[in-house]
Design a protein around this ligand. Sequence first.
Ligand code: MG
Length: 444
Amino acid sequence: MSHYFGTNGVRGRFDELTPSLALKLAQAIGRYFKGGKVLVARDCRLTGPILRSAVISGLSSVGCETIDLGVVSSPTAEFMLKRLEADGCVIITASHNTPEWNALKVVDEQGIAVSRERGGDIERLLEGDLADWDKVGAISSHGSATQEHIDAIVELVDADRIMEREPRLVLDCGNGTASVIAERLFKKLGCECIMLNEDLDGTFPGRPSEPTERNVQGLIRKVKAEKADAGIAWDADGDRVIFVDEMGRYIIGDKAFALSMLWKLGKSEGDVVTTVATSKAVEDVASRFGSAVHYTAIGAPYLSERMHELGDGAALGGEEVGGIIWPELSLAKDGFMTGAKLAEALCEKPLSAWLDELPVYFNVKIKVPAKGEEKDEMVGRVLRYAKAKKLESIDVDGVRVDFKDAWVIVRPSGTEDCIRIFAEAKTRKEAERLVEEFRKIATG
Ligand code: MG
C-alpha cells in the first residue's frame, strides 16, 4: 500500500515534501513512465521553482525526456499530454490548499491522474538504477501551452455567438494560475472582463484559494456592484470552478456540474460520471435527458478512470466541489472550459434563469467521532441495515443510500478521527431527520 501517495498525488508542507524527496519520487515516476517523455508544470506557489528543478532532475536522471511547461493551470498541463504525445505529466500544485502546502500530481498518457492504488506501483520503483551518463534525458521547455489550450477551448464553444452577446463577467483568479489564462481566454471569446485577484502570487493575498462561498465574498460584491452577467472563481490550479449569478447568488460546485449537464446534454447524448457525494440534482437532470449516472469513489482519478472506460459513451464527468470533465477536450477537470460554456449559455438566458431549471435540495452534514476500526464498524452497520431493508445503496466509498427524493451517505474520513454523514432532501427538516436516523444506525 502506498506510503506517500494520497487520493491524488503526494502532498506535504515544505519540510515534508522536500527537494530531496521530490527528486527521489521523480526518479520513481520516471521509471514508472519507462524513461519516456514527461511534461512538468507548476502553479505559482513559492516552493514551485525549487520542486520543479528537483522533479526535472529526477526524471532526467533516469532517462526521461522532460518538457517544462512553466506556470500553467492543471487543465492546461493535462490538455498538453496528447498534443505533445507525452507518456505522462507531473504537476507541482497543492490545488486549493493554503500556500505553505505543495504536492506532486502525476497524470498518465491517457490523462488519468494516478490514484492512491497506482501510487503504490510508483513507490515500488523508489530504489533503482540511474541512466548512464550519456543516456540521461534531454530537458527543454514549451512556452505556448496556455495559448494552445485557449485555442482548443475557443474551437469547442460557439465563439461567434458569445462575441455578439458580449457577456460582462467578473473573473476572480484568486492570484492562482487562472491569472495566466482567464483574461486571455474570455477576451478572445469577446467577453467584457472585470478582473479580481488577477496578479499571480503564490502567497494568495487576495483570498484563500478554495472558492467556498465565504472566500468569494469579494466576487459576490463585485458582480452586484458592476451589474455583471456572472462571476467566476477558480482554485489555485484552475481545475475547480464556482459561479455567481447576476443577482449575486453563489452557485456551489455540484450545481455548476448540474448546469453543465443542462448545457451539454441538451445538445449531445451520453452518460454522466460523478462521485457518490454529488447532489441528487445531478441524477434528476440526467434522467430528464435519458442519461445514466455512473457513481465512483470520491477523488478525481476515479472519475477519469471511469470516463476512460466508458469512452465515447461518457458525455460529462463531475465532482461535488466543482471539477467538471469535458471529454472532448481531455479527461482532466477543466475550470476554463466550464467557464467558457457558461459564457455560451448566457447567450440563451441569464444564469439565474438556468438555475431555476435545477431542482432544489437542502443539505445537512455532521461528523461523528470515531477512530480506526470503529469507523469501518459504523459504515458496516449502515451497509447491513441497507441490505436488510433492501434499500437502494452504493458502497464504492462508504455507503450511500438513495430514496425517492433524498439520499444520505455515511463514510469514514480519510484525514480525521470521525465518520461523516451527509444528507440531502427536499426540505431541511427531512435532511436533518435522515442524518439523525443514520447517526443512530451507524453508532448502533
Ligand atoms: Mg484544484
